[in-house]
Write a protein that binds this ligand. Structure first.
Ligand code: MG
Ligand code: MG
Length: 250
């Protein structure tokens, strides 16, 4: 495992990349509504990223065909935007997006409600967001990465939610996926966090079981029991004082 710690200068660039990702999410929050297609959301994301002189990180990544991952309801991650996916009242949609600016990546996902959603789905979104911030509390110089994972696991257990096991957080830098990998549950990881590390923390929690499978398109991950899944992610810089969230508006 090799972890690339970032210089102050590099963090400055990553903050710009993160701001662009946050601009996309601010637009998504407004644009997500009944009747909108996930293709339209993708086009909006492309426009914002290009306007800010950045490149869509996901487009072409291992052959991924789009700028955002748009994952509706039981889709966990890596859903393809499509003109045939029209959002309906009561859906939830996780939008994951990356922007590369001056060679550095920002990566953030958020799950949005479409119109009026069920109480279960409300709880799922609240709990998954809570799990993200509970994990971020430990993104501090000298803390253990295991404490981040454990905090996420504890929130999932509190709400009796499934935890996706096969996917998780990761280092971010010039590459979207760098070391270390971050499970969303305890694994006896011994890694100590150090200032200058930049890591995306991204709990994926399910209303039902932990198990997921990949659809025939080779990308779209869905829950095996077809119950809804939530996904929240920030790219975060570890400092002496705690988490420095890079994927937020400047
Ligand atoms: Mg992401
Ligand atoms: Mg990520």
């Amino acid at each position: 495992m090799s972890i690339h710690k970032k210089s102050k200068h590099e963090i400055g660039i990553m903050r710009q990349a993160g701001n662009i990702v946050a601009l996309v999410h601010a637009a998504m929050k407004e644009a997500v509504k009944e009747g909108v297609t996930t293709q339209e959301l993708d086009e909006l994301a492309v426009k914002i990223i290009k306007e800010n002189k950045a490149d869509p990180t996901f487009l072409g990544y291992h052959g991924f065909p789009a700028t955002i991952c748009a994952s509706v309801n039981e889709q966990v991650v890596h859903g393809f935007p499509s003109k045939d996916v029209i959002l309906k009242n009561g859906d939830i949609i996780s939008i994951d997006v990356g922007a590369t600016y001056k060679g550095f990546v920002g990566d953030s996902a958020w799950t949005y409600p479409v119109g009026e959603i069920s109480e279960d789905k409300k709880m799922l979104l609240k709990a998954t967001e809570e799990a993200l911030y509970a994990g971020l509390e430990y993104m501090k110089n000298g803390e253990r990465l295991e404490s981040v994972a454990g905090a996420i696991e504890d929130v999932a257990n509190k709400y009796k939610l499934g935890i996706v096991r096969q996917y998780g957080g990761h280092g971010v830098g010039r590459e979207m996926h760098e070391d270390p990998f971050v499970f969303n549950y305890r694994t006896q990881n011994k890694l100590i966090l150090e200032r200058g590390m930049v890591i995306a923390i991204e709990p994926m929690l399910n209303l039902g079981c932990d198990d997921v499978e990949v659809l025939e398109d080779g990308w779209t991950v869905v829950t095996k029991d077809k119950k809804a899944s939530g996904h929240f992610e920030h790219t975060v810089h570890v400092t002496d004082d705690g988490p420095d969230i890079l994927t937020k508006l400047l």
